[in-house]
Structure formats: C-alpha cells, structure tokens
Design a protein around this ligand. Sequence first.
Ligand code: HSE
Length: 432
Amino acid sequence: MKPVKVGICGLGTVGGGTFNVLTRNAQDIARRAGREIIIAQVATRHPNPDVDTGAVAVTADVNDVINNPEIDVVVELIGGYTIAKDVVLGAIANGKHVVTANKALIAVHGDEIFAAAEAKGVSVMYEAAVAGGIPIIKAIREGLAANRINWLAGIINGTGNFILTEMRDKGRDFADVLAEAQALGYAEADPTFDVEGIDAAHKLTILSSIAYGIPLQFARCYTEGISKVTPDDVEYAEELGYRIKHLGVSRRTDKGIDLRVHPTMIPVARPIATVDGVLNAVMVNGDAVGNTLYVGAGAGAGPTASAVVADIIDLARTFDAPAEASVNHLAFNDIEDVAVLPMEEVETAYYLRIQAEDKTGVLAAVASILSERGINIEAIIQKEPKDGEALAQIILLTHVVVEKQMNEAIAAIEALSSTVGNVTRIRVEHLN
Ligand code: HSE
C-alpha cells in the first residue's frame, strides 16, 4: 500500500521523541499500520541534539510543511495558541490530517478546529494532549463507548503531583520543590499553568467533552491551585486517612456537569492515592464497567511520542476509508449543550482547618454554625498550640454539602471573635 507521509512541526522534547520513535520502530509501525509511515519533512528553528534528522528535509518555516503537497499528515508539536493554531487550521485547509499534543489549543479552540476538519473531511487526533503516554482519550472514546460515564477524576499534571509528593514524603515546602521541578524540565514554560491548575483544566475540559458528549467549555472549568497547601494540611490529611492530590474532577449530576480542578483529599485506600511523583492517573466510572483506573507517565519525550505515533498509526490504518468511518472528534455525533454547574452549586465533602484561641466554647460555636446550616460533621481533631504558637487548630471533616452552604458557614466561622485568619478549606472526594 502507498506509504503515509508525515510532516513534523516542532522538534523540541515531544517533536524529537516522535521523530525518534517513528524512526526506531519503523518496521513494527508499518506492520501495525499496514503501510509505511515516512517522515517527509520537519519544521524547526532549533536543531535538537537528541535527533539525527539524516536525509529528512528540514525547514525553518512551518508553511513549507503545511503547503508540501507530498505530506498527508501534519504533526503539530509547537505548543501554545498562536503559530500552532495557524499550523493546524492551515493544514486542515490544505486537506491534511492533523495530529497534535496541544491541550491548550484543543481545550480553547477545539470546537472551531473540529468544525473546520469536518468540513474538509479530515481528522484531528489529540491523544497526546491528555496525560501523555496514557491512552486515555482512546479508552474513553472507544474502549468505554458502551457506557454512560458517571464521573472521572484524574491526577493530570505531573508537576503538581511531584510537588505534593515531595511535600508529603520529605516535608519540603512548596517553593523549594517547584524550583526543582522546573530544573528537571517537568513544568510548563509558565509554571503557573501547572501549579494553578490551568494545564489540568485544559486536560479535564477535553476528557469531559468526550466522556459526556458536551462542547469544550474550558472557560467554565473551576480552577484552584496548590500553592496554598501547607505541610500541616498534608500531615493532618494523612492522620485522617486521606492524601492530598491536585485532582481534576468531572461528574454528571441531575443539575449539570461538575468541572473542577482543585486540591482534593482522597482516601489513602484508593489506588489512585498512591500514584506519586510525576506520574499521572485517571479514574473513570461507567455504568456498565464500574470503576477503571489508568496510570502512566504524563509527560516526557518517549511517553508523549508514544501517544502521537499511535494517532499517526490510526490515521494510516484508516487512510483510504471514508471520513464517516472515523470516530467523531468528541466521540459523539450529537453534542449536547449540558450546563456546567457553577461552583456554588457543586456538592462535595470538606476538610476545614480553623485557627482559634485556645479557650472554652470555640468548638461549640463552630459546631453550632455548621449544624444550623445542616452540615454534618464526620470527624474532628483539635491540635493544641505547638511550642511557641498561641493558636490551636481545629480540623474538621464534613459530609457532602452544597458549596454555597459551606461558603456561608466559613464566612460565619471567620467572623467569630475567637477564630483568627481565614479558614483553610480542601474538598474531599471518596471516589466510590
Ligand atoms: N507540565 C505538564 C505536566 C506536562 O507537568 O504534567 C504535560 O502536559
């Protein structure tokens, strides 16, 4: 069969990994695809010392790749929203299939890109955009296609997971670990994307769309970072039998879809709680299959290239089939405009840490504020002031409550004359 020719735009970590995997495993890849996959051209402004491009044509101009009539598939590995978007839309306009690892581009501009692709009868593949080497897009879109997906929850940012793991294991503080993550090359160019949850929100937005068949709604994703998680909270969570993870959570409810990224306490007994370091993990609950868990490397040259190349193989395998034979970009033929719930309407359990004067009646006052609002306490610990400190810490776990009720309760607790500063709140998910 006629070979499929690809053009790679961007030869950084992921582009270099993709080049090397396509070259190294060319024989097996051809056996799987049923035809040869040939790298026809590469666009890069900077040579990659880990890549020997050999006889492959290299250009500094992405337009050479987009306009190259020989190329069937354009692989966009530049990142960001600007040049990358032009490359993807330019390739589609020229009737080429696209493979991308660009989560930000898909989460924010995916609806426009998929519409353009469908009008042209080409495919845009994006397995590498979420959780690197874990084939989670294919698992949800195809492997779990029989199911009504009820919820999914994931550790989908390796940098954040690395930071929380080091804080827990070594008692290190946040800023110190972040500096190491940057030096090791895990973090995004702008590390606030990692630690403030924006990167995870991009990925959660994509997963939710293919899980429920809803439009990509990144702007409606609630996003809270991990920069305020303290070593005390990490320690108290463990004491209560929980672990703090930066989780993306999405749930189908009668009122709409939950779409939120925030520090989350999960029971230590859940296997996902033990996924540490830079690893990613996603739990998906479907009505037929029950709970499933997918674990693996979420970033890096090899793992991300694994996902990119799998997409290229999928395209090569179905290259001569009509466009309708390909799975829909967002997994469903009809996309339903289901509302994303405002955070105030989300229901979840909570961990609260309250700093208070060590005197009679504080605990009773806090308990009465919670009970007046129908908030049921599941566990409570009081920590005496540590040496040299004046304030005691009251740590509470609650049952599930609507966030609005909890906001009101927290405001009332903060207004008590016996409490000091802001109440720390971490949402709790039992994932069962
Ligand atoms: N900065 C991302 C992470 C890379 O830490 O997971 C992969 O998207």
